[in-house]
Design a protein around this ligand. Structure first.
Ligand code: NAD
Ligand code: ZN
Length: 368
């Protein structure tokens, strides 16, 4: 199935389906300026999908070069960015060459930023292979790398020419990564779609356990939601910020755990989303019942919900507050929170008092 992100002359298609990589040439050839691509992938993904993708492109008479990088968040660094740009230039590419990001959000963010930068802009295509990247990071054009001052602080808005989400690739993804990606799926339900949320309550377990049909439906619905928001607010002047539900808290937790395997992005978002609903409830904005309902759903799936399980022993409210105030979303020193009036109805708030946030963090850090 095909969805479209409507952005005028920067519009593009998102194709979702099982087995798309085998037929990639068919989808990719029509969007290329010239039949030449450079695939950039990480070592884990290369082992499964580089050969079939390359074959399909070559069968479509496309010239293919490939670059394989180490896996993991560490690749979103200045050092890897520099190496990648030099390796791509060393291939003697031209302006008409297209880059293909094959992998999860790390490849998408890094390769997208390289595409935005090399020769002041090469076309690029996203072939996302994690649940997180299929439902979130591959759509919308946010690209970038991490700095010593924090995650994603250097980057560009740069839209791909095509997103090819092959849901069959999720079969080789481990359960922990699937669950982490699921927190970005359920986000769309929690923000503005109570029906999708209810569908997820009924089918998320099957989706996690491997039901291909449920996976396809969840990826399609999530991409459609993201495409709608991005079309309305490409550069996050307003409504796009709703997609940051759980992320203000989440980013503080990621900062505290060092952006590594200790706590995946999606895991931080999962805990952060619980905290955002808890804050909404404490402020009297959201019924306690809705908080209970979302918490029960997260717990049933065994998503992480409690920061005290993170070896949070020496964490302090001050440290977490400091991380939050370094977030990109801070303006005039004011934190932005995505709060909820209920499940399926989130809103952007700049009026949360620091003392209320501190109180919330304090309760979550203490053993109840
Ligand atoms: P990732 O890219 O690191 O992938 C997770 C792991 O799974 C890696 O080890 C990878 O090698 C492996 N892998 C990927 N696909 C696989 C497959 N099909 N089978 C087996 N193994 C596979 O992580 P991610 O969760 O996809 O992305 C996280 C990144 O995305 C973060 O850097 C985050 O900041 C970024 N992000 C960006 C946006 C955006 O809008 N640009 C949105 C959300 C997250
Ligand atoms: Zn996220």
């Amino acid at each position: 199935e095909t969805l479209r992100v409507e952005l005028g002359e920067r519009s593009y298609d998102i194709v979702v389906g099982a087995g798309l990589i085998k037929d990639a040439g068919k989808w990719i050839a029509p969007v290329l300026a010239r039949p030449r691509v450079v695939i950039v992938t990480d070592e884990n993904v290369a082992a499964h999908y580089l050969a079939p993708l390359t074959k399909s492109l070559k069968d479509a008479s496309i010239r293919v070069d490939a670059i394989t990088l180490p896996a993991g968040e560490q690749s979103k660094s200045f050092a890897q960015f520099e190496k990648l740009c030099e390796s791509i230039l060393a291939l003697g590419i031209e302006r008409s060459t297209t880059l293909i990001a094959l992998g999860g959000g790390v490849m998408g963010d890094l390769v997208g930023f390289a595409a935005a930068s090399i020769l002041r802009g090469l076309a690029f295509i996203q072939v996302p292979t994690t649940l997180l990247s299929q439902v979130d990071s591959s759509v919308g054009g946010k690209t970038g790398i991490n700095t010593a001052h924090g995650k994603n602080l250097v980057g560009a808005f740069y839209q791909p020419k095509l997103v090819l989400a092959d849901t069959a690739t999720l079969n080789t993804l481990d359960r922990r990564q699937l669950l982490a990606g699921y927190s970005e799926v359920v986000k769309y339900g929690l923000i503005d779609s109570p029906d999708f949320y209810e569908w997820l309550e009924n089918h998320a377990q099957a989706l996690i356990d491997g039901d291909m049909d449920k996976r396809r439906h969840a990826v399609l619905t999530s991409c459609a939601a993201k495409a709608r928001v991005v079309a309305e607010d490409e550069r996050e002047g307003g409504k796009r910020a709703l997609l940051n539900l759980g992320h203000t808290f989440g980013h503080a937790l990621e900062a505290e755990t060092g952006y590594g395997d200790a706590l995946l992005h999606g895991e931080a978002v999962s805990i952060g989303t619980v905290m955002a609903f808890d804050l909404s409830q404490r402020l009297g904005l959201c019924p306690g019942q809705d908080f209970g309902r979302m918490l029960a759903h997260f717990d049933a799936l065994k998503l992480p919900t409690d920061l005290r399980r993170l070896n949070a022993g020496d964490w302090t409210v001050d440290r977490l507050m400091a991380h939050m105030s370094h977030d990109k979303k801070v303006e005039d020193g004011k934190l932005t929170f995505i709060l909820a009036n209920r499940i399926g109805q989130a809103f952007i708030s700049r009026d949360v008092q620091n003392k209320d946030v501190r109180e919330l963090l304090d309760t979550w850090l203490k053993n109840k």
